[in-house]
Design a protein around this ligand. Structure first.
Ligand code: SAM
Ligand code: DTB
Ligand code: SF4
Length: 348
């Protein structure tokens, strides 16, 4: 979608936007189920990067307890527990600028991925910058999706991060796509961005080819010691609008209502599900920050009559109607690698 199209959508009266998003959601996701994903930080803190929202950056004096890369058995313990609790996707995060093939650390990550892949869950990792060879090795080890967020617009990004560029992020995304791994790419609201920045992010993401498999929408969790520690909370109606726009812009992707749910009421979360969110992080912890209790989430889903999704390691796109104006490329997600260049034109 273009920025102008997104601006037109976003400026609709709230209920008109919700109605449009709901129509797209029901068409692309007729079963209306919610995917449960569990996060684990496998390497915490001490990151060289200066992302202004992140408690794991070594540049800021935060209250975080760092730890080195976890051992395989420790990770497996968490992955098994996640599966038993009903999660169908296990997402492992590492506070690194990126990974390099041939290093003992990367070999250890590959071993961890091979183990977790035996559980028959979707296996997602988020390890920072990635080259083509490393992407291929992760795919061969059993990674089904790679999370690499663009977080905001290309214009606002340098106000948030200076230690790497938007171009660097897009290059990694291209490497993931080329390796045939599904891309999980989204952003954060609450980084002192404008509405235009939010819609520019969606413009870029909606022009990925293949389309992303999932789009996480995080709300900033202000972390003491970071430059964004005092940022105000995002207006819940703005969050719902963003979810609705993401649903329309990337109709075949799971839209994940991600960080920040501890500060959302049940009613706002219900509105987000209505507007097209169909995945959440599930379990008491995100990477380092708090998440709602599992029982509380299950109670909310039950109250809303929402069922949870079964695992899908193939990560196939749902039925895509090639004649619908809201459709992504008819070729779908994983087969056609036109890449992200179209998205970068004029952006960076
Ligand atoms: N180092 C890797 C990277 O930067 O891609 C992976 C880990 S990083 C913590 C993953 C994502 O978590 C970030 O891109 C950002 O969208 C989100 N995130 C980090 N800190 C956050 C916070 N305080 N509030 C909301 N989202 C946050
Ligand atoms: C994503 O978009 N959000 C998750 C996951 N992908 C890796 C991470 C949220 C992190 C929230 C802050 C924390 O736990 O430190
Ligand atoms: Fe490091 Fe990722 Fe945090 Fe940035 S977001 S400081 S790259 S862990």
């Amino acid at each position: 979608m273009t920025l102008a199209e997104l601006q037109e959508l976003h400026s609709l009266p709230f209920f008109d936007l919700l109605k449009r998003a709901r129509e797209v959601h029901e068409k692309f996701w007729p079963e209306g189920k919610i995917q449960l994903c569990t996060l684990l930080s496998i390497k915490t803190g001490g990151c060289s990067e200066d992302c202004a929202y992140c408690a794991q950056s070594a540049r800021y004096k935060t209250e975080l307890e760092s730890h080195v890369l976890l051992e395989r058995e420790e990770v497996m313990k968490h992955a098994r527990a996640a599966k038993e609790s009903g999660s169908t996707r296990f997402c492992m995060g590492a506070a690194w600028k990126g990974v390099r093939g041939g290093t003992p650390k990367f070999e250890q990550v590959l071993d961890i991925v091979r183990d977790v892949a035996t559980l028959n869950m979707e296996v997602c990792v988020t390890l920072g910058e990635l080259g083509p060879a490393e992407a291929g090795q992760l795919r061969d080890a059993g990674v089904t999706a790679y999370n690499h967020n663009l977080d905001t617009s290309p214009e606002h990004y340098p106000n948030i991060v200076t230690s790497h560029t938007y171009e660097d992020r897009l290059r990694t995304i291209r490497n993931i796509q080329d390796a045939g791994i599904s891309v999980c790419c989204g952003g954060i609201l609450g980084l002192s961005e404008t509405i235009t920045d939010r819609l520019r992010l969606l413009e870029v993401i909606s022009n990925f080819n293949p389309a992303p498999e999932s789009v996480p929408i995080n709300s900033l969790m202000p972390m003491p010691g970071t430059p964004m520690a005092e940022n105000p909370q995002v207006d819940p109606f703005d969050l719902v609008r963003m979810i609705a726009c993401a649903r329309i812009a990337v109709p075949g992707a799971k839209v994940r209502l991600s960080a920040g749910r501890t500060r959302l009421s049940d009613e706002v979360q219900a509105l987000c599900f209505f507007a097209g969110a169909n995945s959440i992080f599930y379990g008491e912890k995100l990477l380092t920050a708090d998440n709602p209790e599992a029982e509380k989430d299950l109670a909310l889903l039950a109250k809303l009559g929402l069922q949870t999704l079964e695992p899908n390691r193939a990560l196939e796109a749902p039925g895509i109607d090639p004649f619908s104006p809201a459709s992504p490329s008819p070729d779908g997600h994983l087969h056609h690698h036109a890449g992200v260049e179209g998205a970068t034109a004029g952006c960076c």
